[in-house]
Design a protein around this ligand. Sequence first.
Ligand SMILES: [Fe+2]
Length: 361
Amino acid sequence: MATTAEYGLGPLAYPRGWFMIAIADDVTTAPQPVHFFGKEMALYRGKGSGRPILLDAFCPHMRVHMARNTTSYVVKDGNQVEGDSLRCPAHGWRYNAQGACDDIPYSNHGIPKAACVTSYTVVEKAGCIWMWHDMEGGEPDFDLPAFAEWDRENVGWVRWKPDHLGTLPIHPQEILDNMADVAHFVPVHGSLGNVYFENTYEDHIMRQRFGAGHRTLVDTAALLETDTWYTGPGILLSRMSGKHPSVMMICNTPVRDGEVRVWFAVMSQTADNHQPTREEQAIARAYHEAGLAAFAQDFELWQYKEAAITVLQIPDDGPFHKGRIWYRQFYNPRDKAREIQQRVNGSHVTLRGKGEVREVA
Ligand SMILES: [Fe+2]
């Protein structure tokens, strides 16, 4: 386990961006504790609006945790969440969705100005709860992916059911490195003869295009092709060619500096122009399982590795160094991000077609 500072990523311990923090179905009107970016927070669904709300967990009155209580009558009576507001289990102070205290039930001396908690930007989309995180407190400067397939059930797409894979004792840098890691596909994932491998860097998007044979997933001599991209530091999507088109998602969210939580999901189009039948949904589940098995091969390496503060890179490796520079934009103040983007924007070809000369910058 190594920290942001040890990797030299920038002055901000935690990255700026959109991050998955929960599976949407798991979020109810009962507040639950969530811990990300070194912070303890309370996540719940407003009774008024039905939308997810994320507040700092500790009531500023006496620093009581508002989402780890089962015995207070505030909780037992079932009224801890009122409309979109949350009451502290200790003295009943109530905070609205913006984090401002709007009721102290035993006082008529007004509400102190300091009686407020931070409320974070959260969005529910594609079955997930997303948080915008920015240590500088700024508004989002890029959008979440569209997740368009989520709304295409009528043309045969089966929605994903994300798997929560738990926490890894590594800095997310080690996961991001995978985007440049052309040389692990044959030994780890069973690729046969990598054919092409290219990375592009475009502002907050990092992309990988990869084509190779595969031991089990495609016929002999056929090419398995993937187009994989990060939207910011926390959300990977990958489109894969194959019998059925599919989109895989891998989300990483820092828990504390040097520890990361990971989710995995797959959507696939297993029917033609109609709502998928039960059997066609089962094919989609099998795609999920196959993708998960491939991801587990990476996961096991991450679980037990040491931190690669620097990579002992050889010319045939992919552009780890470039990917790491790209990643720095999220650990630096916003006004520095542009300069970092401009340093890496463009393409890097590690492998172009079979038998051709490998280009290495
Ligand atoms: Fe991998």
